[in-house]
Design a protein around this ligand. Structure first.
Ligand code: ADP
Ligand code: ADP
Ligand code: MG
Length: 670
């Protein structure tokens, strides 16, 4: 076995690999850029080597710099993680030349699968069903239109070198093909340095289901079942689970067999993933093979009990797999939520900055038998920078069945505190509570269909909202009681804490009567006559940002922030302004004038920090609803900003090449 390995990556995946290496008694070497000097993976590793400036193209992607780090530390093997150099055959070859083991598949397999067009052809030869389409390159938009018409709409325009959902566009008609061809090509060129484009049929109501394979260098290859990754936005996975709620045993077996067949056809070893798109009739089509560890591998680990990184390391060291297909048993259900630094209220656009608070839930098994696992590479005070992937953490839960795993995820998300940057926790909570998700009735169009007008937060059901109001009154009373106790001033001595409250939850009044008792209160909700009684217990103390309350037997975790007359409360995807008023204060509050929100309908604000790629209109021009106004590039994605309604452009404040901050006024309308 290796004595020392180097991890050619950063963030959560570098930390993840270090954990297993440590468990196996292997020393670890981290590499880092200027931006990652204080990163968690650097502190976790036994040694760390600086490899260049912040941009990945000058550090994590520079093969020579990694080779120097290997030489300096005498590491015997390299784990590439995912992204960066993980699927770069030149990197794997350079290591082989120096007698350093690559903890991944052979160069030939990476090359064969690295290109979407080549891999489709290979898959077809290996007897794997592929998405119908045109398996050649497309030169220009005229040709794209011709081919799209032959295939039949809708079609998927794709970059052959694509990955991470980039360089991909759906097109429903000729205009969209022309537009999509250009933006896919540009995105592919800037993300992959390779602008080759092809077109395939867009599979209707598709579900993304993939098979984890594992092979060794002795000719053994097995699969570890499937993961369903249909909850996606912009063709990028957000929530994954294992097993899939859609597959039956027969389809699972057939997909597993085809995946292994394909892996064997390219002499695959190590861990890899064969991705399929599955239609409503359970027909499945090969999408691509990822010749590396997959982001969502933890859900497979949670239901199989197999440490995939350990298997990869053993295979790279030449060991034989000590698992056979018959040893693979799925136990229970696991879900992964990707916590992204992005603004769910603004079309999931990236949000960067410093994590002023980062408190993940406790990991491990709880009393009820559920498990929480959180893979992360950040710490409180750390920064989510514009240079790398905006993923903050991968939060996973395991339960004996799907419902229990979902319930555990809801609680874990409630307990997860992140402040300082925009993040998608409210959105993840909303999906967990969504009926269609709970029923397993999902497709890759789920987010676009269910949140067609964007995500506007969650509105709690009345009963739940009332309970939150009661909880807020309890917390408020705890604060008031403490204030009377600690202060020695006469004024405060005389102050008494009332029993009657008018709680306003986002302006909706919930009157209640509260009787404090040790560690909580008895609450009567509603007006005289139609009252409901609640028994609330909590050990919360003023100043704590996470309040754990029991309403009867139901545990509720509220994120709370004090305001002048109450709290800001976040719970299950809802963000509420809760005011706890005495009846007198409530009366006065009703007389206060309301400030209307500023009118932003006459401006186009930059929705994220980014670079202006192009401006599609001119001053004085009349635009229709949905018409493209400008293209912004952020985090290597091109985003087209469109007119929300019919208007006339009166002023354009920015030009191509400008770097913009969020909310900068780009255009004004008459
Ligand atoms: P998975 O299928 O494992 O979820 P993705 O395709 O979403 O993987 O990509 C995994 C990670 O690797 C993402 O962080 C993505 O940004 C990055 N990535 C994928 N392909 C590339 C590539 N060709 N170049 C750079 N980064 C990539
Ligand atoms: P990447 O390398 O970026 O991961 P994939 O080819 O794996 O690219 O596609 C990513 C996602 O895009 C899929 O999970 C699926 O949601 C969607 N997708 C890709 N191709 C098709 C298709 N032909 N029909 C429907 N959806 C597709
Ligand atoms: Mg993919």
């Amino acid at each position: 076995m290796f004595k020392k390995i180097l991890i050619a990556n950063r963030g959560e995946i570098a930390c993840r690999v270090i954990k297993t290496a440590r468990k196996m008694g292997i020393e670890t070497v981290a590499v880092y850029s200027d931006a990652d000097r204080d990163a968690v993976h650097v502190k976790m590793a036994d040694e760390a080597v600086h490899i260049g400036p912040a941009p990945a193209a000058q550090s994590y992607l520079v093969i020579d710099n990694i080779l120097d780090a290997i030489e300096a530390t005498r590491a015997q093997a390299v784990h590439p993680g995912y992204g960066f150099l993980s699927e770069n055959p030149r990197f794997a070859a350079a290591l082989a030349e120096r007698g350093v083991a690559f903890i991944g598949p052979p160069v030939g397999a990476i090359e064969a699968m690295g290109d979407k067009i080549t891999s489709k052809k290979l898959a077809e030869e290996a007897g794997v069903s592929i998405v119908p389409g045109h398996m050649g390159l497309i030169e220009d938009d005229d040709e794209a239109v011709k081919i799209a018409e032959q295939i039949g709409y809708p079609v998927m325009i794709k970059a052959s070198a694509g990955g991470g959902g980039k360089g991909m566009r759906i097109a429903w008609d000729e205009t969209e093909v022309r537009e999509g061809f250009v933006s896919s090509k540009n995105e592919a060129a800037s993300s992959f340095g390779d602008d080759r484009i092809f077109i395939e049929k867009f599979i209707d109501k598709p579900r993304h289901i993939e098979i984890q394979v594992l092979g060794d260098t002795h000719g053994n290859c097995i699969h570890l079942g499937e993961r369903e990754c249909s909850i996606q936005r912009r063709n990028q996975k957000v929530i994954e689970e294992a097993p899939s709620p859609f597959l039956d045993a027969k389809t699972r077996k057939a997909m597993g067999a085809e995946a292994v067949q394909l892996a064997k056809a390219v002499d695959y070893c190590s861990a890899g993933t064969v991705e399929f798109i599955v239609d409503a009739d359970k027909n499945f089509y090969f999408l691509e093979m990822n010749t590396r560890l997959q982001v969502e591998h933890p859900v497979t680990e949670l239901i199989t009990g197999i440490d995939l990184v350990e298997q990869m390391i053993r295979v790279a060291a030449g060991e034989k797999l000590d698992l056979t297909q018959a040893d693979i048993k799925a136990n229970g259900w696991a879900i992964e939520s990707r916590l992204y630094a992005e603004d769910p209220y603004r079309n999931f656009l990236p949000s960067i900055g410093r994590l002023s608070r980062y408190r993940p839930p406790r990991e491990g098994e709880s009393e009820d038998g559920t498990i929480v696992r959180n893979d992360t590479g950040v710490a409180e005070g750390g920064e989510i920078s514009m240079f790398y992937d905006p993923m903050i953490a991968k939060l996973c839960t395991w339960g004996p069945d799907r419902d229990i795993a979902i319930a555990a995820m809801e609680v874990a998300l409630d307990a997860f505190e992140i402040e300082g940057i925009g993040h998608n926790i409210p959105f993840l909570s909303a999906v967990m509570a969504h009926e269609r998700f709970r029923a397993g009735d999902i497709s890759t169009g789920f987010i676009a269909e269910e949140y067609a007008d964007g995500f506007a937060g969650v509105t709690l059901a009345e009963d739940e909202r009332d309970q939150i109001a009661a909880c807020a009154a309890v917390l408020h009373t705890i604060g008031e009681l403490r204030a009377t106790r600690i202060s020695g001033t006469i004024a405060n001595h005389k102050r008494r804490v009332g029993r009657n409250w008018d709680v306003l939850v986002d302006g909706e009044a919930v009157p209640l009567k509260l009787k404090p008792r040790n560690e909580g209160a008895k609450v009567k909700l509603g007006r005289e006559g139609s009252q409901r009684k609640l028994d609330i217990r909590t050990d919360w103390r003023p100043g704590q940002s996470l309040a754990r309350l029991f309403v009867g037997d139901t545990e509720r975790l509220l994120k709370v922030k004090s305001t002048t007359s109450g709290f800001r409360i976040a719970y299950r995807g809802a963000h509420m302004d809760v005011r706890v008023y005495t009846p007198r204060q409530a009366e006065l509050a009703r007389l206060m004038p309301h400030k209307p929100p500023p009118d932003t309908s006459k401006t186009l604000l930059c929705p994220m920090p980014g670079l202006v790629v192009s401006i599609a209109v001119e001053e004085g021009q009349r635009v229709e609803q949905g018409q493209a106004l400008a293209t912004i590039e952020a985090m290597k994605m091109e985003n087209i900003l469109r007119a929300e309604k019919k208007a006339v452009v009166s002023k354009i404040n920015v030009a191509a090449g400008d770097s913009l901050a969020v909310d900068e006024v780009m255009m004004e309308f008459e």
